[in-house]
Design a protein around this ligand. Structure first.
Ligand code: ATP
Ligand code: MG
Length: 425
């Protein structure tokens, strides 16, 4: 018999069905026994009645350990008591894979198992509907991001992840052995996306990045995924607009397509507004010291002042931005830059800006930052043979997911997090 997904049972397509999935719960009321079966599409009640259900099925139905994988053949019927109004009366139950007990973590909806223990058993944690809801939403975030840029004529890029030298400076790199040479895991696709934008004009990608930052925080991973774009003939304003549009699109799609997941997580998601404010204005608004980065507290304050809003803090001082961010009016000594950060729900989700596409200016900026232009020869030379002005940004996928699903710790928004202490599973 062909397998039917639980969701299809509720659609009432078949009367005789074979459903397969995990034992979510069992209950024994002596003359009647219930088993809640779960598959990726939903839950259904299997109801065994003494005298009516075959004896061997009735006897074993409440004795199958929770989370075991089973196959049930039976007949669907309407029932007022059953959740969603339909239940299955079983003829046959087959245990496909019995779960050992006790389970190492609590997988119930009320699980109190702490995060690090859950991550040790992440494969089992994925049995939980809450965790499945988070990653179904993440899936929709990625999908709608791709869809949006694909529909807007962008080219999806696959940048290399093993690189020969630092693309940014600053963040620490993970070294890797590459035959006779030293290599590193990429901390960003920066250089490569710029090279592509300088020929194919509009590019986007979702790509992993590695940062060997030693600190262990609730907003950083050592391996994260970035959603990036890079656009030729664009300045910071134009790419901030792209970000406003795509984040709104993503959230509209999540609201439309992940209704059940949002309900399960008890999240009321709103399509955000957008606010554009310069660094100078932000300093005045928050009473910050000029020349300092936004602290986590400042980011929270921005959220209080502009709730349900993506706050684009633009035109940062050059001293606070990477060497490759364009200086105002292309002047080498400009105090301000064409760089921005986006803050959403009190957390930085993006850094971006217009890049320097002029080799001489790039060399000057590197020197000002006390970096050696020789180490960036490939990068600089890539702009010598016809490079238009261009700009781009990157949104942290796990950060955005974490904020949409309302989790405090970024690890909740990563299937298999890598942090200072965790390399397995
Ligand atoms: P932060 O200031 O929050 O440490 P950053 O400025 O170092 O971040 P960027 O280099 O600007 O990070 O990276 C672009 C985006 O990628 C960030 O805005 C964030 O959403 C995400 N991101 C950066 N570093 C990490 C990390 N270690 N773990 C998870 N996401 C990250
Ligand atoms: Mg940043």
């Amino acid at each position: 018999m062909q397998r039917t997904y639980i969701k299809e049972v509720f659609e009432g397509k078949e009367k005789k069905v074979n459903v397969k999935g995990w034992v979510h719960e069992t209950r024994d009321l002596s003359k009647i026994k219930f088993l809640i079966l779960r598959d990726i599409s939903g839950n259904i009640q299997i109801t065994a009645i003494k005298g009516k259900t075959p004896e061997n099925v009735f006897e074993k139905i409440d004795k199958i350990p929770r989370e075991s994988v089973i196959s049930v053949e039976g007949t669907t019927q309407k029932s007022k008591q059953a959740p969603n109004g339909i239940e299955i009366i079983p003829d046959k139950i087959e245990i496909i894979s019995e779960a050992e007990h006790p389970l190492p973590i609590d997988v119930s909806d009320f699980s109190k198992t702490e995060l690090s223990k859950r991550l040790d058993y992440r494969f089992l944690d994925f049995h939980r509907q809450k965790i499945q809801a988070i990653f179904k939403i993440q899936n929709e975030i990625c999908n709608s991001f791709r869809e949006f840029f694909y529909n807007n004529g962008f080219i999806e890029m696959q940048p290399p992840c093993i690189i020969s030298s630092a693309s940014e400076g600053g963040t620490e790199l993970f070294p890797a052995k590459y035959f006779e040479k030293n290599a590193y895991l990429a901390q960003s696709p920066q250089l490569y996306k710029q090279m592509l934008a300088c020929s194919m004009e509009k590019t986007f990608m979702i790509t992993p990045v590695w940062r060997a930052e030693k600190h262990n925080t609730i907003r950083h991973l050592n391996e994260a995924r970035q959603m990036d774009i890079e656009v030729a003939f664009a300045n910071q304003m134009e790419i901030m607009k792209w970000e406003e549009r795509v984040v709104k699109y993503i959230i509209e799609k999540v609201i439309e397509k992940c209704k059940n997941e949002l309900d399960f997580l008890k999240i009321k998601l709103k399509v955000p507004k957008a606010e554009y404010i310069s660094y100078d204005e932000t300093v005045k608004l928050l009473g910050m010291k000029y020349g300092e980065d936004l602290s986590p507290e400042d980011e929270k304050k921005l959220n209080e002042k502009f709730p349900d809003t993506i706050v684009f803090v633009h035109s940062w001082p050059t001293s606070l931005r990477c060497f490759y961010i364009m200086t105002k009016d292309e002047k080498p000594d400009a105090k301000l830059s064409e760089g921005f950060d986006a803050i959403y729900k009190g957390l930085e989700i993006t850094s971006g800006g217009q890049r320097i596409h002029m080799p001489e200016l790039l060399i000057k900026r590197l020197k000002t930052k006390k970096m050696n232009p020789k180490n960036f020869k490939y990068y600089i030379d890539s702009f010598r043979y016809g490079a238009p002005p261009h700009a781009g940004w990157s949104i942290g996928l796990e950060r955005l997911t974490q904020l949409i699903v309302g989790e405090k710790n970024i690890r909740e928004a990563c299937m298999f997090p890598r942090d200072r202490d965790r390399l397995v599973p």
